[in-house]
Design a protein around this ligand. Structure first.
Ligand code: PSU
Ligand code: MN
Length: 322
């Protein structure tokens, strides 16, 4: 692995806790291990948005800022990634910097996890893989920007995020799904897989850059306590699905829907013309839409990520204080 001293990474870790899933050997960051031992709230954060979702150098700044916001809101951040084949819950500052600069990090969904651990490779976890690792690590709340979904014009391109949401019982806080996706079909797949979709202070499923997709959510919750109650009821039923908490982008930073739509149409046409396939589709569309809409989309993206990290910390706190 590049210039980073691998031995130093291992020394930064502590393994005082056994993982919840004993067959996965999770490396906890020191701060995360302590928070788990003391029963304090933790928020998991994903890493694909750092390596494949945001351009440099904004990616590292945002990753650091999200951790800071979680701490300011009274919880402990646990950024999830695979470093040299090791599933990590909580990265050191050096590891986060390394990940943000490294060109050799595989975008990892569920199916990629054994591939990177078998080859001691680096992996950035998508929503699906972050859920899986966070759950194995005993971390019940996870914040991100947007989930993957069903692709527009390609209804067989269904993100593994949706299936993972149906089988891993944690809580994912996001700003809905980007309108590069077919949002009505995405909601149909979530329904099929038994995933309750909650609107946080809204009745409408948010569309990432814009506060509303026009599609209804299953239930509205206006505060963290209401979400915590719903999560406890999910657990009481023994259901295996995640709770999906969708939070609209703060109004001041939202983008006009028509501006977004023009960029999305253009990006979709390009992706089709260039025959972009598989795991490359989403990063390609994200990059092109972001280039075409410039600073405004970047501001909205960062604003909603920060907002989601704060809401997730509040939900984690409400869950921990019972
Ligand atoms: N949507 C975004 N930003 C992102 C992603 C989605 O607005 O960074 C990333 C997330 O990590 C998500 C993944 O889990 O893309 C979905 O990829 P795919 O569609 O290939 O499943
Ligand atoms: Mn796909």
């Amino acid at each position: 692995m590049s210039s980073l001293n691998q031995a130093r990474i291992i020394n930064h870790k502590t393994d005082i806790l056994g993982p919840v899933n004993p067959s996965i050997d999770i490396e906890y960051g020191a701060e995360v291990a302590l928070a788990i031992a003391e029963g304090r709230p933790i928020v998991a954060l994903e890493s694909t948005l750092i390596t494949h979702g945001l351009p440099r150098p904004v990616n590292l700044e945002v990753a650091q800022r999200l951790e800071e916001i979680v701490r300011e809101a009274g919880a402990t951040p646990a950024t999830i990634a695979i470093i040299a084949g090791r599933p990590c819950a909580g990265l050191t500052a050096d590891e986060l910097t390394f990940l943000a600069h490294c060109d050799d990090v595989r975008k990892c969904s569920r199916r990629d996890l054994p591939l990177v651990t078998a080859t001691q490779a680096h992996g950035a976890t998508t929503v699906a893989a972050t859920m899986l690792v966070a759950h194995a690590a005993g971390i019940p709340v996870f914040a991100t920007g947007g989930i993957g979904g069903v692709h527009r014009g390609h209804p067989f391109d269904v993100s593994a995020d949706l299936l993972e949401l149906g089988r891993t019982p944690i809580t994912v806080v996001c700003a809905g799904a980007k309108a590069i996706l077919d949002i009505p079909l995405t909601l149909e797949v979530l329904e099929t897989h038994g995933v309750p979709v909650i609107g946080y202070g809204t009745d409408a499923f948010p569309a990432f850059y814009t506060p509303s997709s026009g599609c209804p959510v299953d239930m509205r919750c206006d505060d963290a306590a209401a979400v915590a109650s719903l999560i406890r009821n999910r657990d009481r039923w023994g259901l295996s699905a995640a709770c999906l908490v969708t939070v609209p982008v703060p109004a001041a930073d939202a983008l006009p829907a028509d501006v977004m739509e023009d960029a999305i149409q253009a990006a979709l046409a390009e992706a089709d013309a260039q025959q972009i396939r598989g795991k490359d589709v989403t990063p390609y569309l994200l990059a092109r839409v972001s280039e075409m809409t410039g600073n405004a989309s970047r501001v909205a993206n960062i604003s909603l990520l920060e907002n989601n990290a704060r809401v997730a910390a509040e939900i984690a706190s409400a869950l921990a204080s019972r």
